[in-house]
Design a protein around this ligand. Sequence first.
Ligand SMILES: NC(=O)c1ccc[n+]([C@@H]2O[C@H](COP(=O)([O-])OP(=O)(O)OC[C@H]3O[C@@H](n4cnc5c(N)ncnc54)[C@H](OP(=O)(O)O)[C@@H]3O)[C@@H](O)[C@H]2O)c1
Length: 183
Amino acid sequence: MASLEIGVIGGTGAQGKGLAYRFALAGHKVLIGSRNPDNAQKTADEVNDRLGVPAATGLGNLDAAARSEVVQVAVPWDGHEEAITAIAPALAGKIVVSCVNPLGFDMFGAYGLPLTESAAEQLQRLVPTARVVGAFHHVSATLLWNHHGPLRHGSDDGVDGTVADEVAGAALDPAGDRAAVLG
Ligand SMILES: NC(=O)c1ccc[n+]([C@@H]2O[C@H](COP(=O)([O-])OP(=O)(O)OC[C@H]3O[C@@H](n4cnc5c(N)ncnc54)[C@H](OP(=O)(O)O)[C@@H]3O)[C@@H](O)[C@H]2O)c1
């Protein structure tokens, strides 16, 4: 598997950090993005400490996207449109993987919002030339970081090979189906 540079937008969060760790475990370079580059570097240091090799670097979100071949988006739905708009030029023409769940939160916890487009669809509208893939929506950050066994992931016609083999293939186990399930 070729080594890629994979940017993780919102990579300081639990989900982005977990995905960054899995991508790096599979031999990829990871550019962890944040609105604050210092925080991004702290998370990169944490990932590198866990890996034992310097595979992760922290950057601002725009730099992380611009310098990456593939971009993973891991920001909350609240702020998604603004975050994507801010880095849209750097996403043009790239494979962009989104794990963003459009959720609201109240005193009882998370709930699905009544939307007319998914986060991936919104991303595609904001960056028409991006090759958008929805993946990892059902994979918990805890499991990613603690690396409990193989994961299976969804796929998408057209970009399946690249995402499955080069990105999601990072410590994940291709299933060939469209449902993200735990293996
Ligand atoms: N947590 C999970 O187990 C899990 C599982 C599946 C899918 N997901 C999805 O993955 C995404 C990230 O989840 P998470 O739990 O890691 O979220 P999170 O910790 O709330 O946020 C991730 C990062 O996004 C950045 N961020 C926060 N608000 C932002 C805003 N308004 N605009 C731009 N950036 C903002 C922050 O980084 P900086 O402050 O450093 O910029 C934060 O560290 C969500 O869309 C969630 O639905 C999460």
